[in-house]
Design a protein around this ligand. Structure first.
Ligand code: SD4
Length: 331
């Protein structure tokens, strides 16, 4: 089963109604595995979500091998995915919201705690670079909407008109016929790229960029641009990034949870499992949506865990770039 077979993005509605309840009758006791025997240590390491991570890792690795730092590698890595017009979940080729408008969210963070993010921006080819500019050129951490777009323009970035690709236009027209918000389990059409890098010198950076949930309400912002939700980096400990139904990650600040677990001594694998377990505990409807999380610690060990089967990730370590299926909570 590949990742497209997970959940329909409209599971958002179900996730909203599932807040605050108890585990459903059939809900299993959350289980936490303490070790990931497969994880090796070693720097540099580049790790990213889903199979588009392979190309992103390649680009990030190239930056590192040419002497670039972790931050450049993280930014350039996700560029590849943002610029791909055939990628319907990241960048301007992404599926639009209910009104046919593509709005983008992105965040970037480095080991010293510096962070930048943008949310609800339109017409920007590389929101990750705009997030980086917020971090480096402003006193702020987060900018949204038109203000962020005007800032982009002021630093020489182009603001393009909203224009769907033939694929996303067709998909939107199809969606409009039924405007169906009823969750359908196991059909996913959203795949954020979250990418974490630790370079040879131990410098750490992360990037997360997405067009968010397809057919979302205009104005909806997910977890990806929220520091601690879609991405968190702390050079003293490690880094984590999430993909999946953003509302559930927002409610639990899952990336922050994973980093704090590692701070308390958990392996990256155990930290990922704890973060997903928290999501399960807070969402009785956890069978209806997918979340995936990646974590690395400063030794270059990694962890990965999905709520459901089918979450995969790309790992570049030891000169090998491989796509790996993550273990999952629901087997
Ligand atoms: C969001 N987390 O906006 C993003 C979507 C995503 O894989 O990750 N898709 O909710």
């Amino acid at each position: 089963m590949d990742r497209k077979t997970f959940i329909k993005t409209t599971a958002m509605a179900a996730a909203l109604t599932g807040v605050g309840g108890k585990l459903s009758a059939q809900g299993e006791d959350p289980k936490v595995v303490k070790n990931n025997p497969k994880s090796k240590s070693g720097l540099p390491i580049v790790i990213s979500t889903w199979n588009h991570g392979i190309a992103a890792n390649e680009a990030a690795w190239k930056v590192l091998s040419e002497g670039g730092n972790a931050l450049d590698a993280a930014e350039r890595g996700v560029w590849i995915v943002e610029a791909d017009p055939n990628n319907t979940s990241v960048g301007l080729g992404g599926f639009p919201d209910r009104d046919g408008i593509v709005t983008l969210d992105a965040s970037i963070m480095v080991d010293g705690g510096q962070a930048g993010s943008v949310a609800f921006v339109q017409g920007i080819e590389h929101p990750i670079s705009l997030a980086r500019a917020v971090m480096e050129k402003t006193p702020h951490v987060m900018m949204v909407g038109e203000g962020a777009e005007l800032f982009a323009e002021s630093i020489g970035m182009k603001r393009l008109k909203n224009k769907l690709t033939p694929t996303t236009e067709k998909a939107w027209q199809e969606w409009l016929k039924e405007k169906n918000y009823k969750p359908i389990i196991n059909i996913e059409n959203h795949d954020t790229i979250g990418l974490l890098v630790i370079d040879q010198d131990g410098a750490m950076a992360g990037a997360c960029t997405t067009s968010g949930l397809a057919w979302k309400m205009h104005g909806r912002v997910g977890d990806s641009p929220i520091i601690g939700a879609g991405l968190f980096v702390d050079g003293d400990v490690g880094a984590a990034t999430c993909t999946g139904l953003g509302e559930t990650v927002l409610r639990t600040l899952a990336s922050h949870v994973a980093v704090e677990e590692m701070r308390r001594g958990a392996t990256p694998q155990s930290a990922c499992e704890e973060a997903i377990t928290r999501i399960v505990k807070k969402h009785p409807n956890f069978k209806d949506f997918q979340v995936g999380i990646l974590a690395v610690n400063k030794n270059g060990e990694h962890g990965a865990y999905g709520l459901h089967k089918g979450f995969n990730y790309a790992l570049y370590q030891d000169k090998k770039n491989e796509l790996i299926d993550a273990d999952s909570y629901v087997k």
